[in-house]
Write a protein that binds this ligand. Structure first.
Ligand code: GLO
Ligand code: MG
Length: 344
């Protein structure tokens, strides 16, 4: 496999138990330590953390207790030479985030969301990462009339400003998603994320995380989203996976549904030199509900393997020939050339 600069990560939630809205779990839960122990053997280097993956029951704990537990986790990570790629405040579980977090109509709930985000930043500091990921899960509406869209943008900016003010080094990576759980989300695309960044007190520290499935759900080409964010120097993390059309968020293995789209995402990463500033390739993938316990790491290993094979495909693609065909406007031949290359 190609020598490459890429480093990989996943989150503890990516070794999941198989529940869906219509049925219970199909695999028993695994301990966090077991998940950590699998990571290196699978060829991964880092782990992503929700704030409460790092410090369980975070809402019931004092600041000093949170710091103490985060430090203990940092030691366990160091002992295993595992990095923390990012921390993300989980702002969609608590009853306080039922109607949104930063854009809740209830001031007390908005305060809760900002306080919790500040604690997540403290955890990121302790774990040695300067990236706070913001998947704005419930920032949107179930029905249009429930919130004021203009006011919601202002509230989002206020919240981002509070986070930027809390820590001079933290970078905020917004993970856009157009829907689910909301009918419509306020930050559905990379363009929205980067536009909101411009309204904050420090636009340089507000960037983005692209997830393949989320781009597809927005009707966009994930490779174009990658090129767009990287043209601004703002792609700080990445959730590669796959998605079959406009339905619930599937988090399939990378390349599982559309190999050509996966190839184009890898080509975009290659031409933009993603990873050269230390960014990781994260796979936000889940095992199928049918997956047996003995196979439940395969979606991670397979995603990584497919990615590396596509790096080889991107590097062995005959660029000179492709340029010739582009020059000749022979897209018919270019199309077939890509297909033949992928078929090998
Ligand atoms: C869900 C998101 C979710 C986030 C994770 C990190 O659709 O992709 O998995 O990436 O919670 O914030
Ligand atoms: Mg994600």
């Amino acid at each position: 496999m190609a020598k490459n600069r890429y480093r990989f990560c996943f989150g503890p939630w990516n070794i999941s138990e198989g529940q869906d809205p219509y049925g219970p779990t199909t695999r028993p839960p695994q301990s966090f330590d077991w998940k950590l122990d699998q990571l290196k053997g699978l060829g991964f280097d880092a782990m992503m953390f929700h704030d409460d993956d790092a410090v369980a029951d975070i809402d019931t704990k004092s600041e000093s207790q949170i710091h103490k537990e985060a430090k203990a986790l940092k030691k366990r990570l160091d002992d295993r030479a595992i990095a923390a790629e990012m921390v993300a405040p989980r702002l969609w579980f608590s009853p306080m985030t039922m109607d949104g977090a930063y854009t809740s109509n209830d001031r007390k709930c908005r305060r809760y969301a900002i306080d919790r985000s500040r604690r997540a930043i403290d955890i990121a500091n302790i774990l040695g990462t300067d990236i706070l990921v913001l998947w704005l899960a419930r920032e949107g509406t179930y029905l249009r009339e429930a919130k004021d869209g203009r006011r919601s943008v202002e509230l989002l900016v206020e919240a981002l400003d509070a986070m930027l003010g809390h820590d001079k080094r933290i970078r905020l990576a917004i993970e856009p998603k157009p829907n689910e759980p909301m009918d419509h989300a306020y930050v559905p695309t990379i363009g929205h994320a980067l536009a909101i960044a411009q309204l904050t007190r420090d636009p340089k520290r507000v960037g983005a995380l692209i997830e393949t499935a989320h781009a597809i759900l927005a009707g966009l080409d994930p490779a174009d989203e990658i090129d767009f964010a990287m043209a601004f120097g703002k792609l700080w993390s990445l959730h590669l996976n796959d998605q079959n059309g406009l339905k619930f968020d599937q988090d399939k293995p990378f390349g599982s549904n559309n190999l050509r789209s996966a190839f184009n995402q890898v080509r975009a990463l290659e031409r933009n030199k993603y990873g050269s500033n230390g960014e990781y390739i994260c796979f936000d993938v889940h095992p199928f509900r049918t997956t047996k316990v003995e196979h439940w790491l395969d979606h991670l290993a397979n995603s990584r393997r497919t990615f590396l094979r596509l790096v080889e495909k991107a590097r062995s693609f005959d660029e000179a020939r492709a340029r010739q065909l582009v020059g000749d406007r022979n897209y018919q031949a270019l199309d077939q050339m890509v297909i033949e290359h992928l078929l090998g």
